[in-house]
Every structure is written in structure tokens, then in C-alpha cells.
Design a protein around this ligand. Structure first.
Ligand SMILES: [Zn+2]
Length: 167
């Protein structure tokens, strides 16, 4: 590491210029500048090494809309990135989860523990409210409502399905 001497002109970050500017070293401690004077604005301040604040900037590719400046575009893109990085369950997802749980409970109360043997489902079948049916895709369900002449709602484990039937 290089050593500095008082009076030397070095590059440092100026808090007033908010930039890297030439500074005159006013005071040194163990070869490290502690106090510098900005040659651009004349302010005297603590030495801040240029590399401390000048991380290699990765210029992001952002689309800048007309009427907006790049800073805004970068800001918007950073915000979008944050949103993508931390997906929180949406209200809809929460509602879906709750609904699924309610479905499960309702299905259990309607179907579980029934001694009746579920009737195989058929579009041409005729089913009574509260009877159990066995569907090839949805599994066992309980008929909860009939919609004459040809529809019924059946409570399956993953929700109510409207099926064809002969009412
Ligand atoms: Zn300055």
C-alpha cells in the first residue's frame, strides 16, 4: 500500500462535489491521509478513498420511457426486481388456500364415514341430493344440488363440480 505525504495531491471523494476530485493532503497519519482539501470546491474534510464509494458500476440495461430520465427507469427496474425476488402470497392465493381447506372440510363432512356405496357416475345417470357418486377423475363426491333437467353440483375433495346428469 502506498504511503501519502502532506501536500501531496491525490484523488479522493469530495462530499461537497459528490465526485472524485483532486485533493491536497492536509494531514497524514501513518502515511494515510486523514484530512484533505478539495481543489475543486476548496472544502476541507476527512479523506475518503475514491474506491470506497466507487464500486464498479454495472450499468443495467433499462428501457427509458420518453419523458422519463434514466434514474427513474433504473429505480423502477430495481423495484420490479424486488417484487420478482420476494413473491408474497397474493390475496387471491390466500383465498384459494382457505377455500381449499373449507372444501376439504365440507367434503369430509359430506362423504367421510358414510356407509353408502358411491354410485358410478354417468352422464345418463340420475342421482338424488346427498347421494354419493364415484367419478373417474374427481373421485368420490356427494350430490349437493340438482339443476333440472340435466345438471347437478357435486362436492368433490377439490371443490364443487357441475356435472351432467338426468335429474
Ligand atoms: Zn469538492
Amino acid at each position: 500500500m502506498s504511503s501519502f505525504v502532506t501536500g501531496q495531491i491525490i484523488e479522493a471523494r469530495c462530499s461537497r462535489c459528490k465526485d472524485i476530485t483532486g485533493h491536497v493532503v492536509m494531514a497524514c497519519l501513518d502515511g494515510v491521509p486523514v484530512k484533505v482539501e478539495c481543489r475543486a470546491c476548496g472544502s476541507v474534510h476527512k479523506y475518503v478513498a475514491p474506491e470506497v464509494h466507487t464500486r464498479p458500476k454495472v450499468e443495467k440495461t433499462v428501457r427509458v420511457k420518453a419523458g422519463h430520465d434514466r434514474a427513474e427507469a433504473v429505480d423502477a427496474s430495481v423495484k420490479a426486481e424486488k417484487r420478482a425476488a420476494a413473491p408474497r402470497p397474493t390475496r387471491e392465493q390466500q383465498q384459494n388456500a382457505r377455500r381449499a381447506e373449507e372444501n376439504e372440510q365440507r367434503w369430509t363432512s359430506l362423504v367421510d364415514g358414510r356407509s353408502a356405496v358411491p354410485a358410478a357416475y354417468s352422464m345418463n345417470g340420475s342421482f338424488a341430493v346427498n347421494s354419493l357418486i364415484d367419478h373417474p377423475v374427481f373421485g368420490t363426491g356427494a350430490v349437493i344440488e340438482l339443476f333440472p333437467p340435466d345438471k347437478m353440483d357435486v362436492m368433490f375433495r377439490d371443490g364443487v363440480k357441475r356435472l351432467r346428469c338426468v335429474c
